[in-house]
Design a protein around this ligand. Structure first.
Ligand SMILES: [Fe+2]
Length: 477
């Protein structure tokens, strides 16, 4: 096993499961907080005979913080995916991952990315509710349903298009960031089909059934981690991190992302897709940039406003390799809030940077403001340009650019989840929940901030350090 020397090494260390454990609370979580925060992320980085190469590839470990009367109980359980069983049994990587590949004798490429089932399904990125199911998701289409109370793995979650004469949608890559439109009672996602003519398919999801809303052909598919949504439109941004030839991913044996190349001369392209009929309402070119995460989007005065956590290039992907993150002196770049304007009448997209603070893993008051005008974005960020990892939380006022931060020495907070106060009126009336790694103490705590003042109201230390994860959701169960 590799030795590490930096302050946040427990964030990338193998972590055991924790049986339900009541946590000691300093301060007080709101009495109205009575649901569960479920988070997803990698929990095993080193196998007996090898190790994963990238943060995005560790085996999924689910975490829950269940609230009741100001008390909080913590539980963690590994997601029992095919990858989990195969890799733990063999001590080796069995399926192609984002940036890790199996040893050749075990290579199951044809079974991992390019057939609907079976695949590794190391669904370590996000969590969402689809119909009555809570599912863990990654960027391959198959998800895994689990019980949000016990975190017990239930079953692979497949969509049922293809039954009763309906078309079975083909595609190998999706996002772990579906949007939900309550007015249409539909979820949306995108599905990339590789081929001589690859196509981005924008899909509507009704219960367990997917329907293709739009199909956009491309010779050089871009890596797209999330997309935007307004009340009427979906926004797909092609960044210039592209597959020069889709054949390399179909026939080659490199890890997924290593097939992509940064080609800034291509610029970025915004596709604005009408949710009503799937037509492309506008298409706009923009200067080259990269983003993992859309923050929000809305319609205003004949244009679409699209906010993202933006980077000048895609070097962050390499900076998140475990060799780098476990080195003595790692550095990472962090995104800035980029507000892009796409004229519906045609023309080039323009942008401005909002605020002085870096922002990544962004969240908003989703239920009330997703797709609509909004004011506040929350995220994790870096305190200085030479930061070693995400080391502060930030709240950015998108109207004024003003930023408020939460920071504590040697602490590394994760994605801040906004939970609105029941019957709250203000956009920021609620709490922020973030899992923080305390590098000095070698432990973690769940932090609650008043979302309006960004000041601490409670923290609850966990019995083991919690490795750095990606995304989580709060559910009222
Ligand atoms: Fe993400």
């Amino acid at each position: 096993m590799q030795t590490t020397a930096n302050r946040f090494q427990p964030g990338f260390a193998n972590t055991p499961e924790t049986d339900p454990t009541p946590l000691h609370v300093e301060g007080r979580f709101p009495d109205w907080l009575s649901g569960v925060l479920v988070r997803n992320g990698p929990g095993t980085f080193d196998l007996k005979h090898t190790r994963y190469r990238h943060w995005f590839d560790g085996l999924a470990l689910l975490h829950s913080f269940a609230f009741a009367d100001g008390a909080v109980t913590y539980t963690s359980r590994y997601l029992h995916s095919p990858a989990y069983h195969a890799d733990m049994a063999s001590g080796r990587i069995s399926f192609r991952g984002f940036a890790s590949d199996p040893c050749r004798s075990l290579f199951k490429r044809a079974m991992s990315l390019f057939t609907p089932t079976p695949e590794g399904m190391n669904a370590n990125v996000n969590i969402t509710r689809l119909g009555d199911n809570i599912i863990a998701m990654t960027e391959t289409p198959m998800a895994i349903a689990f019980d949000p109370r016990t975190l017990e793995t239930l079953r692979p979650y497949g969509y049922d298009d293809g039954r009763e004469g309906t078309e079975r949608l083909q595609g190998s890559v999706t996002t772990a960031h579906p949007h939900y439109d309550p007015s249409r009672r539909l979820a949306y996602n995108y599905l990339l089909h590789f081929g001589m003519q690859s196509r981005y398919q924008v899909i509507a999801i009704d219960g367990g059934t997917r329907r293709r809303l739009a199909s956009i052909q491309t010779a050089h598919p871009a890596y797209i981690h999330s997309f935007g949504m307004t009340e009427r439109y979906l926004i797909l941004v092609e960044f210039p991190l592209v597959l020069p030839s889709p054949l390399t991913i179909l026939l080659g044996d490199k890890p997924f992302i290593e097939n992509y190349r940064w080609q800034p001369e291509r610029g970025a392209t915004f596709h604005i897709i009408d949710k009503e009929n799937g037509s492309v309402a506008a298409r706009a070119e923009a200067d080259a940039f990269f983003a993992f995460h859309h923050i929000n989007a809305f319609e205003r005065d004949g244009e679409i406003v699209v906010d993202l956590s933006a980077y000048d290039d895609a070097r962050l992907i390499d900076e998140l390799r475990l060799d780098h993150l476990r080195s003595a002196d790692p550095k990472i770049t962090t995104g800035r809030l980029r507000r892009c304007r796409i004229p519906l009448s045609g023309g080039r997209a323009t942008y401005e940077t909002i605020g002085a603070d870096a922002i990544e893993l962004p969240r908003i008051h989703y239920r009330a403001h997703n797709g609509r005008a909004y004011r506040f974005a929350y995220g994790a960020g870096t305190r200085s340009a030479d930061a070693d990892f995400l080391n502060q939380l930030v709240k950015i006022d998108t109207e004024t650019g003003a930023g408020v931060v939460w920071h504590e020495a040697d602490c590394y907070p994760g994605e801040p989840v906004f939970v609105p106060t029941p019957d709250g009126r203000a956009e920021d009336d609620g709490v922020i929940l973030s899992v923080v790694l305390d590098g000095a103490a070698g432990s973690s705590f769940l932090l609650a901030l008043d979302a309006q003042t960004f000041t601490e109201i409670a923290r609850a230390r966990t019995p083991v350090p919690i490795p750095f994860g990606f995304h989580g959701q709060y559910f009222d169960l």
